[in-house]
Design a protein around this ligand. Structure first.
Ligand code: DOR
Ligand code: ZN
Length: 329
């Protein structure tokens, strides 16, 4: 049995820099037609120079793969002339509340002070991608942040706002309240609850931000994804960290899923009896929401066991050592 996915897109991806970039990039560019590249580098991507250099480095590294890096800028208050000049080179601007996750220290402190930039983005039709967590109690962070999404959605009705990597039933319910809100969902949040992370022995390779929530929350995510909701797009949030940064005191947040995401999603969608909806989740919804014309690239999956390696270089992947029924042809 075979399955063809047309121009799969990963709408939220961390590629990092230097050797890590060189190593992880082909593990996405071989299997996807494009990906939205996160800007949280050690020096955030917040200038034209940084954006151009980062894009060139990515493009040079995957020339033969038919892969489009959709670049993002790191949210800061930016002037209108700068955004007007740069808007053709980015798919959107990524907002991190300051200090909320990996390399986000230079993120936004007081959101309402960024009002002018939101107005400019709305005028210029630049989407806003948001890491939506407050600084409250860890399990309440996403739900608390819904007030901020509400403020954004109401005050900037033409701004396309993407709630990144949603993890809660409350966020799923919020999605339909405003036309200008969309969401991405990861593979790992469809599979995990907090029990998997800390319910038994603590599993650093399942630790990410936002943390996985309750089984009830996970079920709400599954329900909205498998129903083929058109505002819900796949964003892996594949976030590689070397083993020494995961297996230590002070484990870094992030789960590396890029090379196995499509076979694992095919497995999940098949189990749920909705394999025909996979194409919508991993490509069509993003194409429609963002009005993209992705590179034409057919990815073939076959029903043949795929043993997920224990390691990719220095990285332990999600589902390491497990066997999936679907693999790349
Ligand atoms: O788990 C995460 N890792 N969540 C994020 O938001 C950032 C990411 C990273 O960059 O490692
Ligand atoms: Zn991320």
């Amino acid at each position: 049995m075979e399955l063809t996915i047309i121009s799969p897109l990963d709408m939220h991806l961390h590629l990092r820099e230097a050797e890590m970039l060189d190593f992880v990039l082909p593990l996405t560019s071989s299997y996807f037609a494009g990906a939205v590249i996160m800007p949280n580098l050690q020096q955030p991507v917040d200038s034209k120079d940084r954006l151009t250099h980062y894009r060139e480095r990515i493009v040079n590294q995957c020339k033969d793969h038919g892969f489009e890096p959709y670049m993002t800028l790191f949210f800061k208050p930016y002037p209108a002339n700068f955004l007007d000049e740069i808007k053709e080179q980015i798919i959107g601007i990524k907002l991190y509340p300051a200090g909320i996750t990996t390399q986000s220290e230079q993120g936004v402190g007081e959101l309402k002070e960024a009002r002018d930039t939101f107005t400019i983005m709305e005028d210029l039709n630049i989407p806003l991608l948001v890491h939506g967590e407050s600084h409250g109690y860890v399990l309440d962070r996403e739900e608390e942040f819904l007030q901020t999404y509400l403020w954004l959605a109401e005050n900037f009705p033409k701004l396309h706002i993407i709630m990144e990597h949603i993890t809660t039933r409350a966020a799923v319910e919020f999605l339909d309240k405003y036309d200008n809100i969309s969401a991405t969902v990861t593979l790992h949040h469809l599979l995990l609850s907090l029990d998997d992370v800390i319910g038994g022995l603590m599993k650093p390779h399942l630790f990410c931000k936002p943390v996985a929530k309750s089984p009830r929350d996970r079920d709400a995510l599954k329900q909205v994804v498998f129903s083929g909701h058109e505002k819900v797009m796949f964003g892996s949030d594949s976030a590689p960290h070397p083993i020494h940064a995961k297996e230590c005191a002070g484990c870094a947040a992030g789960i590396f899923t890029a090379p196995l995401a499509l076979p694992a999603l095919a497995t999940l969608f098949e189990q749920e009896g909705c394999l025909e909806k996979l194409q919508l989740f991993v490509s069509d919804h993003a194409v429609n929401r963002y009005q993209l014309q992705p590179i034409k690239k057919n990815i073939q999956l076959v029903r043949k066991p795929f043993v997920i390696p224990e390691k990719y270089g220095t990285i332990t992947p999600f589902l390491a050592g497990k066997t999936l029924p679907w693999s790349y042809a």
